[in-house]
Write a new protein. Structure first.
Length: 320
C-alpha cells in the first residue's frame, strides 16, 4: 500500500523548519529547531532526528513515511552532502542524508535550498504548469533554482545554478564564498544593509538611517525609512533593483525562461524592489526577449515553499 506522507526539511542558517506533507501538498504537522544552536554536527543531527521521530510517531510511525527530502545551503543532490556552506555553523563536507537516515530509519534525499523552493513553486505555487523558469531567493544571500524543460538543472556535479555567485562587479565587494563582486553581496538583504552603510559614509544627505548605528542597520530598517519617504533609502532600493534587473537580463539570455519568480524576505519590499528590477531587466534585455518574461512573486508562504519543495524529494527518494 502506498505510504501517505513525506517529510520536507528546510535548513537555514538560523532555523531548521520541517513538516509532514500529504499527497495534496498540505503540511499537516510541523516543527523547528535552532540551527545555530548546534556547533557540532552530530549534536544537530541528534536533535533534528529526535524532533522528527516525534512528529513521525504522530502520523503512525516510519511505515507511513515514504521518504524525507532536505533543502540546505550548498546541498548536493548527487552526494546527499552539505558541502562547505558559509552560512551554516559546520564546515567541510557533511553527509547529512546518510547520518539522518541511519537514525530515523527513513530514506533521505537532499538538495540545495533554492532548488527545493523551485520544486515547491512548480508543484504548488506560481510556476504550476511551467516547464522553464527561474526561482530567485532573496534572503541572507541570493539563491536560485533553474528549471529547464520541467527538470531542475544540477550540472554534472550537483552544483549548477549558483546565480547568486555570478560576478556582477569585478573587484567588487568581498563575498562569504571568498570571491569578490558576487550578486548576493549587492542584492541580498545583507547586501541592502551594506549599500546603506556605503551610502551613509560617502554622502552627506539627511536620512532617517543616520539615527541608527551604522553596523546595526538591516534591510528592514531601509524599507521602513523608504516608505516614510526617505530619499536615501529609496535610492538604496533603486540601486539594488538595478543590479538585480541587469543580472536577470543576463540569466534570461542563457535559459529563456517563461518567468522569474522572486521569493524570500526582501520581496516583502514590494514595488520598492520590483519596479527597479523590472525596469533594469527590460532595459538590458536582447530585443528577442523583451516583454516576454514574467516577473512574479512567489505564491507560497515563505515558511512553506522550501518545506513543500523538499517534501517532493521525499516522494521520489528510493528505498535502500
Amino acid at each position: 500500500m502506498e505510504k501517505p506522507y513525506a517529510i520536507g526539511i528546510d535548513i537555514g542558517g538560523t532555523n531548521t523548519v520541517f513538516g509532514v506533507v500529504d499527497k495534496r501538498g498540505h503540511i499537516i504537522n510541523q516543527g523547528s529547531i535552532k540551527t545555530g544552536a548546534y556547533k557540532e554536527i552530530n549534536d544537530y543531527v541528534k536533535s533534528l532526528a529526535s524532533a522528527l521521530k516525534e512528529i513521525i510517531e504522530q502520523v503512525g510511525g516510519p511505515s507511513n513515511i515514504k521518504g524525507i527530502g532536505v533543502g540546505a545551503p550548498n546541498g548536493n543532490f548527487f552526494t546527499g552532502c552539505i558541502e562547505f556552506a558559509p552560512n551554516l555553523p559546520w564546515k567541510g563536507v557533511i553527509p547529512l542524508a546518510k547520518m539522518l537516515s541511519e537514525i530515523v530509519n527513513v530514506p533521505v534525499a537532499l538538495t540545495n535550498d533554492a532548488n527545493a523552493a523551485a520544486i515547491g513553486e512548480m508543484t504548488y505555487g506560481a510556476a504550476r504548469g511551467m516547464k522553464d523558469f527561474i526561482v530567485i531567493t532573496l534572503g541572507t544571500g541570493v539563491g536560485s533554482g533553474i528549471v529547464v524543460n520541467g527538470q531542475l538543472v544540477y550540472g554534472h556535479d550537483g552544483f549548477a545554478g549558483e546565480l547568486g555567485h555570478t560576478t556582477i562587479r569585478r573587484e567588487g565587494r568581498l563575498c562569504g564564498c571568498g570571491r569578490k563582486g558576487c550578486l548576493e553581496t549587492y542584492s541580498s538583504a545583507t547586501g541592502v544593509a551594506r549599500t546603506a552603510r556605503e551610502f551613509l559614509e560617502t554622502r552627506k544627505d539627511a536620512s532617517l538611517l543616520r539615527e541608527l548605528e551604522a553596523e546595526e542597520i538591516t534591510s528592514k530598517d531601509v524599507y521602513d525609512a523608504a516608505i516614510q519617504g526617505d530619499k536615501v533609502a529609496q535610492e538604496i532600493f533603486e540601486f539594488t533593483g538595478q543590479i538585480l534587473g541587469e543580472s536577470f537580463a543576463d540569466f534570461i539570455s542563457f535559459s529563456s525562461p517563461e518567468a522569474i519568480i522572486l521569493f524570500g524576505g526582501l520581496t516583502k519590499s514590494g514595488k520598492l524592489i520590483f519596479d527597479p528590477v523590472r525596469k533594469a531587466m527590460e532595459d538590458n534585455l536582447l530585443k528577442i526577449y523583451k516583454n516576454k518574461v514574467k516577473l512574479l512573486m512567489s505564491e507560497l508562504k515563505e515558511s512553506d515553499a522550501a518545506v513543500l519543495g523538499a517534501s517532493a524529494l521525499g516522494w521520489e527518494v528510493k528505498e535502500n
